[in-house]
Design a protein around this ligand. Structure first.
Ligand SMILES: [Mg+2]
Length: 329
């Protein structure tokens, strides 16, 4: 069956039927607005993301189910990067009328599975017909106790720079697809099924460990630069300290130029944070406790020091690697 046969209201009814009642949700899908409760003493954290077919994803490389999961996961990652707890999600979807209902069902199942895995409820959205590509807009709302959310602007000279997980895997998978190759399943999963680091982000925030935090959407060089700009600071990163997966290292041995993907590859959705040196051990333990290892990759410096990379031989070069910019060619 095509979406055109089911109709917009048929689609919305079928989604509503799959979302149950949930605490804090007085009105969800189906009214003019959602009516929600957030815990007393908490603040609301809201983030939104747009995904465009052929710009952000291709069905040749990403299934509709994985796309649903990823569309939600990347938004949850933004709340994680503030140290918040994601609670509610909204999905806007434009797709062609001749889209298969089975494909839409798979997408919705992906959305609902990812939300459910993190205790998040789908409370609203919108759908319309697209004359061409799929367009997906996801908004997430989370909460954090007042005064605990972590921004990008709190890094101080002397803080250490830490990153979770491994770098460049998602960009390497994309690079292989673009060359007509098939990445191994682990790498493909790193691209298609990012894991929002919610528990780790909350631990770092609630314990007051992170002075600044961001999730890696554009690559460590570009995303750390966002922190440095907001914090009016500089930094030095050690190239030998960047955490790389075994799959990434295997490819790197054959193609040394791939190192640029570890620095500037997008869509890792790991957490990058700065932590006072005296509290680095506590932060590393939080990583161990939440099952998401953190690695120290550098040091925050005075702004005048700039932003630089130190290689294993001791050579230093300035880092001004801009990540992906949608409006620049
Ligand atoms: Mg972000």
């Amino acid at each position: 069956m095509k979406l055109g046969d089911l109709g917009e209201f048929g689609l919305i009814d079928s989604i509503r039927a799959r979302v149950g009642a949930a605490p804090g949700v007085y009105r969800g899908i189906g009214d003019d607005a959602a009516e929600l409760e957030i815990p007393a003493g908490h603040r609301l954290l809201t983030s939104t993301d747009l995904l465009l077919e052929e710009v952000h994803f291709r069905f040749a490389w990403t299934s509709a189910y994985d796309l649903g999961r990823k569309a939600v996961a990347v938004n949850l990652s933004d709340v994680a990067a503030m140290g918040g707890l994601p609670r509610f999600v909204y999905v806007g979807l434009a797709c062609p009328a001749d889209a298969e209902v089975a494909q839409l069902d798979a997408f919705v199942t992906g959305v609902l599975d990812e939300a459910a895995e993190h205790g998040v409820i789908l409370v609203g959205g919108d759908t319309c017909r697209s004359p061409g590509p799929w367009v997906i807009s996801v908004t997430v709302e989370g909460t954090a106790p007042a005064g605990t959310a972590v921004g990008r602007d709190g890094a101080h000279p002397g803080d250490l720079v830490l990153v979770s997980g491994t770098l460049g895997d998602s960009a390497l998978a994309l690079d292989l697809w673009q060359q007509g190759k098939t990445p191994d399943p682990w790498l493909a999963t790193r691209h298609n099924r990012p894991l929002p680091r919610i528990a780790l982000g909350r631990e770092l925030a609630l314990a007051g460990l992170a002075t600044a935090m961001i999730d890696l959407s554009d690559g460590v060089a570009s995303d750390l630069e966002h922190i440095l700009q907001a914090s009016k600071a500089g930094a030095e990163i050690l190239s030998s300290a960047l955490p790389l997966s075994p799959a990434f290292r295997t490819q790197l041995e054959r193609r040394p130029e791939l190192f640029d993907l570890a620095l500037g590859g997008g869509e890792d959705y790991e957490l990058l944070c700065t932590v006072p040196a005296a509290r680095a051990e506590e932060a590393l333990s939080a990583g161990t406790r939440t099952g998401v290892p953190l690695t120290i990759i550098g040091t925050v410096m005075e702004r005048g020091a700039g932003f630089r990379l130190r290689d294993a031989a001791g050579g230093v070069r300035p880092l001004r690697v801009r990540g992906y910019d949608h409006f620049c060619r």
